[in-house]
Write a protein that binds this ligand. Sequence first.
Ligand code: SF4
Length: 823
Amino acid sequence: MSKPAIRTTCPYCGVGCGLRVHASGARSLELAGDTAHPANRGLLCSKGTALGETVGLDNRLLYPEIGGERASWDMALDRVAERFSDIVARHGPDAVAFYVSGQLLTEDYYVANKLMKGFIGSGNIDTNSRLCMSSTVAGHKRAFGADAVPGNYEDWELADLVVLVGSNTAWCHPVLYRRLLAAREKRGTRIVVIDPRRTATCDEADLHLALKPGSDVRLFNALLVHLAANDHADEEFVGAATEGLDATLAAACADGSALEAVARDCGLDAADLETFFSWFAGTERTLTVFSQGVNQSSQGVDKVNAIINCHLLTGRIGRPGMGPFSVTGQPNAMGGREVGGLANQLAAHMEFTAEHRDIVARFWRARRMAPHGGLTAVDMFRAVGEGRIKAIWIAATNPAVSLPDASRVREALARCEFIVVSDCIAGTDTGRYAHVALPAAAWGEKDGTVTNSERRISRQRAFLPPPGEARPDWWMFTQVAQRMGFADAFPYTAPAQIFREHAALSAFENHGSRIFDIGGLANIPDSDYDALKPVQWPVTPARREGTARLFTDRWFTTEDGRARFVAVHAGRPANLPTERFPLALNTGRLRDQWHTMTRTGLAPTLARHSPEPAVDLHPDDIAANGLADDGFARVVTRFGQGTFRVRATQNQRAGTAFLPIHWSDTGAADAVTGRLVNPVIDPISKQPEFKHTPARVEPVVMAWRGFALSRTAPVPPAGCYWAAVALKGGYLYEIAGETGVEPPSPSSLFGEPAATGEILEMHDARRGNRRFARIDDERLTHCLMIAAQGRLPPRAWLAGLLAADRLGPAERQMLLAGAPSEG
Ligand code: SF4
């Protein structure tokens, strides 16, 4: 590397890995894990390693648009400000909303939140982090009085027992998983996985408890009773630092704690359950990690507290190698929590109490302070559909794909009076509804901070110029605020200015009453902000080096300083399968994809892992429903349906199905998992239940199958099954059609050939087979293979030719065979 590398952070998961990046030429990157970053110490996972493949300009939104036509920034910003001001004037502040994202940087989030809650005067700003960890936020607040992860990543290496609950850590937080496995090599850490699915994380587990979906509270309540009954309570800690044990134990006992009964209710082997209880009871350094399997539930908050209760009882919190540990899905879910990105919070971890409203209002010199919390994600889009919200600004997220009951979300957007979408990507499923589209600067083009799952604030730094007229999100919100008449309160010209204000607010009239305090960074000059090293909050003037662990002094941020046990009841899981919908549908991430694939979908290296949207089913369910492995199925719920490839796996419990969350209408014909998901929410956190929707599967019989390879994105075939992935040098489309659906012709997919082009074709109309290749300038440019009978050629050889600069004579000769000659 010639120039010094830029230190930044990965934009994907909540691990928050540090990177060293060197950009050159036409957006080409050399990157490596930052060995000096405490989160990853140089490690990277497949997604982080492939970041260089995702910074091209192919699908970028480069210019502002009004009504789909290019417009100047002035025109677009004026239009946004006018329409929002007009709707607020006519219908009041609650008639507008912002729906933002854990992809935003803290500075972006801060400005958007300040504008909505302090100047427009509504609480209607919520974030897609609502879908990710709001149950944990609520659980933390109930137990600790504040939304705070007590420990840090080092605790993963210092623990003797790590319990991973509802977390496919190996795929979703891979670098942490690698740190855990490396530590295990040294100290023999035991790993227990509690998850209905047998995921990749189970491969290294000492024990996998494949509990029935929704039985987590039953399990942890029984563990609590077991610990109390067998003298594993830390009496001294419980007496000095907690409240509420008796009522909590009584609630836990009410469900019955006989081992056999608990095992039966959880669908587990009693001996396995006993082993887990005895390991937990006997291991002082126990870390319980939890993620979306816990959070994304209509009982998510209770699940979080059921876990925390066990740690409070044993006093295993605030010390090395132990504690409850929530891992966030998004890179800056934590940063959003810090600035009030959730509709029910104010900025700097403050609440909608009279005292906190007053503090924030005075600090901001707010013109119109929101009187109460706003609508949360699912309710927000319901209000859009009902016309109560008339204008919405959606920033850096794709709710038409990612929200539950996504078809209703689309209907709501289609009816909405005024929609602004700010995104770095053009033509997302949500962007198609935009009245005004604002081009956002992407990762690598903007400056700011993010906070990872261990409370560590890191810098994201720009190393590429924003293309076209793309601008940072904080700039857009600032410009609109100025045009709405709030210029004096939104004077920002650089992210450092915003960060200092955010830090100052965290310390304002705090006096130790709020644990989120980064007042030690409130006065840093621009140069220190530029050079800011990763640091864990709180960062106060007295503790500028940050804080590795919280609650080390057993003082919690409740009124009396004591942590709270929270009585939770196992109850009966909601949304049980029915005769019509006999399967429990679970959803989640794949190892190599991210959210709606707008970025990872561009990386050929990542496409290889799971190139098509597939439903995972147990072989018994495949047989019982007349499906075939590698065939196709329609997955149907009360809310919607989609068509997916069938994948048989023993990893799936019989009676359950799993769908990935990633595919949108830009990547596949009919595979938006969000359309199928029940919009039921946790009553406290308002987090939707993505993990459990009653569903059924129906066979889809394809009359023909095929694939297309192309150097340019083909026009997706109408009426067919199709799923697209990026390849080196182009795209691969898997296609198939039911009886009565004609296969696409080459010209409908690829357009008319260039005059210089050469076509090779074999068409057997009687058998319904077709093989087609187009060569231009000695290069393979397009290829279509269709088979109604017989087999299709493998994709790999042809895909390799697509990336080649020139075809050799032997390759040319074998193109329609689809495989190299063997001599
Ligand atoms: Fe990025 Fe997460 Fe992978 Fe780290 S573990 S490189 S933050 S995706």
